[in-house]
Design a protein around this ligand. Structure first.
Ligand SMILES: *Cc1c(COP(=O)(O)O)cnc(C)c1O
Length: 459
């Protein structure tokens, strides 16, 4: 038995993996990762894979980066952890300072969390309590978007609209009003223009906001791109229109940038691209530079000051996690922010974004490719069984998974979202490395798609 097989066997005996149907896992050939270097992952047999999804969207600066290693080791020799309850530490303070330097205007306070979902819970509680503290006790409700995703804890699930993930838990969730988000491409047409959709969706959102405005605490949105919902890019001007509606009805705007914040879209923040200034901004994933789990919520001074009061006041924000502001994680995040500037990440992201764009016509020639969405160094390739007749792949066909398996044989790790093949490589990826990833993705979709082409139409 090979070394890798041996570890697979041990894994299957004791583990329960996230988002995994274990009846299939028993037969799945999964790599056991031993190390990483730059954009590559290496399994125990020494096979090399491009990390096509940045280890679930986190490894912005690649693996085993000397700068990050050094920063963490230096902090480790001082202290690994001390609490943020009643005490403070330098990496936590410095990280907040550096984040606020680049944050959208108006944000002035940083509250740390350990992961995206708990950061979303924090934003939710802050928005809720803000209105309670201000005496507007009726403002208790939230608007979320269909196909939005905010994490897997109960509050975050309530805000999310991705049905597959949340359906079973529905009885546990609280009520959230759901607004539609424009989708510029609906079978049979990939129109690429969605002014009409945009205005219809906005009109519906407007009605919701107007009807419920005295009860509304906030609107939560993934700015510019709904990531886990299938890499759905919002049409120009949509985010701005949502912000204007929030201002008009005094509703707090919560921007969940866990997936897209810190450079993924070619700017430090997605809100910059949409020209909006949120009241609360949630960061996670890439914040820990792909090294350590850390997330945060940034808030305005207006929200922060509504929580000021006497000792034991119920105006206090009663929230905290044991590892809040872990110093090692803060030092990794700090070093990551430094690398963003020093190694000119945004420049690379924008150059690679143009490179992705050049591949689109080629992908669209593949019969099972329906839509190619992209923004910055992020792409989602939606597959369809029959483009002419608008027949979608059924979940049982596991089309995304088939493509991922095929890509793995060719040397790239992909993690699809249903029928959408996701590309989210590390922000450091070079021109030739991205070319290889695009080539592998193209070949894999081509191979998997061949089984759906009628024999008479095959070239
Ligand atoms: C991943 C994600 C979350 C949840 O983050 P976790 O760290 O997995 O809890 C929340 N919001 C968005 C937009 C995400 O992509």
């Amino acid at each position: 038995m090979s070394l890798q097989n041996e570890w697979q066997k041990r894994d299957r005996k004791v583990l329960w993996h996230p988002f995994t149907q274990h009846q299939l896992w028993e037969k799945e050939e999964f790599p056991v990762i031993g190390r990483g270097e730059g954009i590559y992952l290496y399994d125990l047999e020494g096979r090399k894979y491009i990390d096509g999804v940045s280890s679930l969207w986190v490894s912005a600066h690649g693996h085993n980066h000397p700068g990050l290693n050094q920063a963490i080791t230096a902090q480790l020799s001082r202290i690994a952890h001390s609490t943020f309850l009643g005490l403070s530490h330098q990496p936590g303070i410095e990280l907040a300072e550096d984040l606020l330097k680049i944050a959208p205007p108006g944000l002035s306070r940083v509250f740390y969390a350990e992961n995206g979902a708990s950061a979303v819970e924090i934003a939710l509680k802050m928005a809720f309590q803000y209105w309670q503290n201000r005496g507007e006790k009726k403002r208790k409700k939230f608007i979320g978007f269909s196909t939005g995703y905010h994490g897997d804890t109960i509050g975050a699930m309530s805000l999310s609209g991705v049905e597959l993930f949340n359906q079973v838990y529905q009885p546990l969730l609280f009520e959230v009003w759901r607004a539609p988000l424009p989708r510029c491409y609906k079978c049979p047409e990939d129109r690429g223009d969605c002014e009409e959709d945009k205005w219809q969706c906005l009109a519906k959102l407007k009605i919701l906001a107007e009807e419920h405005s005295p009860e509304l605490a906030g609107i939560i949105i993934e700015p510019m791109v709904q990531a886990a919902g299938g890499m759905i890019v919002q049409p120009k001007g949509y985010l701005k229109a949502v912000e204007m509606l929030c201002r008009q009805h005094k509703i707090l705007l919560i921007a969940d940038e866990v997936a897209v914040g810190l450079g993924r879209l070619g700017k430090n923040f997605a809100c910059e691209l949409g020209f909006v200034q949120p009241d609360l901004l949630v960061l996670g994933k890439a914040l820990g530079a792909g090294y350590l789990p850390i997330a945060c919520v940034m808030s305005t001074e207006k929200i922060f000051s509504a929580f000021l009061g006497k000792h034991h006041s119920d105006r206090t924000f009663f929230h905290g996690h044991t590892y809040t502001a872990n110093p090692l994680a803060c030092s990794a995040a700090l070093a990551g922010l430094e690398l963003m500037k020093k190694e000119k990440r945004l420049e690379n992201v924008n150059a690679r974004a143009r490179q992705i764009e050049q591949w689109i016509p080629k992908f669209k020639q593949l019969p099972i490719v329906f839509h190619f969405s992209h923004l910055g160094l992020l792409a989602g390739i939606e597959l369809i069984k029959d483009r002419e007749k608008c027949v979608e792949f059924s979940p049982e066909e596991m089309i995304g998974l088939q493509v991922a398996r095929s890509a793995r044989k060719r040397g790239a790790i992909l993690r699809p979202l249903g029928n959408v093949v996701v590309l989210m490589p590390p922000l450091i990826i070079s021109e030739s490395e991205l070319e290889e990833l695009m080539e592998i993705t193209f070949e894999s979709i081509n191979e998997v798609g061949a089984q759906f082409i009628a024999p008479e139409n095959r070239a």
